[in-house]
Design a protein around this ligand. Structure first.
Ligand SMILES: [Zn+2]
Length: 78
């Protein structure tokens, strides 16, 4: 029991922190409706997407401006 919970502890701690941190900085994701491509705002830079004049990321597949969709995690419905 003791050793299992220790291993589980280590596993959850290691897998939880890298996945939750970018999530908290993300305010939403960019979508290309045509290609069904979704890129989170925090992934635009790492993915190396081009941006148009207004700073809107362009779809890596078709090159058209992507649609921003706020994540529902914000919780503000006003
Ligand atoms: Zn596209």
């Amino acid at each position: 029991m003791g050793i299992v919970s220790t291993i589980q502890d280590a596993l959850t701690t290691e897998s939880a922190s890298p996945s939750t941190e970018p999530e908290s900085k993300s305010t939403g994701a960019y979508w290309c409706d045509d290609c069904d491509v979704r890129v989170r705002d925090v992934d635009v830079e790492p993915e190396g997407l081009d941006r148009d004049d207004e700073g809107t990321p362009e779809c890596p597949d078709c090159g058209s401006a992507m649609r921003f969709e706020r994540s529902h995690a914000d919780g503000c419905a006003c």
